[in-house]
Design a protein around this ligand. Structure first.
Ligand code: NAD
Length: 281
């Protein structure tokens, strides 16, 4: 049977390490503060925002919460972000996505000071990642690198195939695996012969957004499979983009859903908040 890559345990370890770091920083007179902005009251977003605030409290990061009504004007949101950009006591700014349709998400992301862009979505952060300079890295792919490293999985020289080319997962994932000296291929909805390409992968990262699409025909025997997808099936149970029961017997290591990639995203957000102090000093 494969090794189960335990995101719950690894994310808990990371949060413990950060808790110690934050306590030591506090002793030295430095505190960390994250401002979280939510526009509207989408229930899924509220759950994510609450989990982020809870994680901040656990690690010892101060959090400021801004809950704005659904009909907030874009200008009003940009003004708040401008104020938070100017505040010396705020180290990170997070705007929970998606935003209501009348607000231009790209304009909002661009308005965040790259020094406070703890989500790593600002074009400057993405550009820095692309050319190997310092900057914030998108939390989900950064978490996947931690999962691999802390599970003792070598990346250098490996055939790494990513399915999905989104700005928040697929593309930064490709850049991070490349930085770790993997040989990287990115597949997407227009890729021909998908199975042929994915069957070459030593490390297969799946971020498609289609429940259980990846079955064992897509996977080389002994591959490491990372499932980013998260869905509720017909019985209201969580599942990923990978058909876990079908794929697990043929691979060497796999992330479960839930308890794989999911918990890492918030742990890496906390990491980015703490890093904001060193990145900007
Ligand atoms: P997205 O919808 O932005 O991108 C999906 C990508 O999959 C696209 O690039 C598309 O080209 C590709 N794709 C779609 N159909 C395909 C097909 N048939 N064959 C090959 N490629 C195909 O999604 P995303 O934001 O990258 O998220 C992907 C999944 O990961 C979703 O289920 C999302 O909920 C989940 N997610 C989880 C976390 C987490 O913290 N666990 C974070 C972000 C996203």
């Amino acid at each position: 049977m494969p090794k189960i890559i335990d995101g719950k345990t690894i994310s808990a370890q990371i949060k413990e390490e950060l808790k110690e770091k934050v306590a030591a920083m506090k002793k030295g007179g430095t505190s960390v503060c994250l401002a979280v902005i939510q526009v509207g009251n989408d229930p899924a977003s509220s759950v994510y925002v609450n989990n982020k605030k809870k994680a901040c409290a656990y690690v010892g990061i101060d959090s400021l919460s801004y809950e704005l009504p659904e009909n907030t004007a874009q200008e009003e949101l940009l003004q708040l972000i401008g104020e938070l950009n100017d505040r010396k006591d705020v180290n990170g700014i997070l705007v929970q996505l998606p935003l209501p349709g009348h607000i231009d998400e790209d304009a909002v992301i661009r308005s965040i000071d790259p020094k406070k862009d703890v989500d790593g979505f600002h074009p400057q952060s993405v550009g820095a990642l692309c050319i190997g300079q310092k900057g914030f890295v998108s939390c989900t792919p950064a978490g996947i690198i931690q999962l691999l490293k802390r599970s003792g999985i070598e990346i250098a020289g490996k055939e790494c195939v990513i399915i999905g080319r989104s700005n928040i997962v697929g593309k930064p994932m490709a850049l991070l695996l490349l930085k770790e000296n993997g040989t990287v291929t990115v597949c997407h909805s227009k890729t021909k012969d998908l199975k042929e390409i994915t069957r070459r992968a030593d490390i297969l990262v799946v971020a498609i957004g289609k429940p259980k699409m990846i079955t064992r025909e897509y996977v080389k025997a002994g591959a490491v499979v990372i499932d980013v997808g998260i869905h509720r099936n017909e019985n209201n149970k969580l599942c990923g983009d990978v058909d876990y029961d079908d794929v697990a017997p043929v691979c060497s290591a796999i992330t479960p859903v839930p308890g794989g990639v999911g918990p890492m995203t918030i742990a890496m957000l906390m990491n980015n908040c703490v890093e904001s102090i060193t990145l900007n000093s």
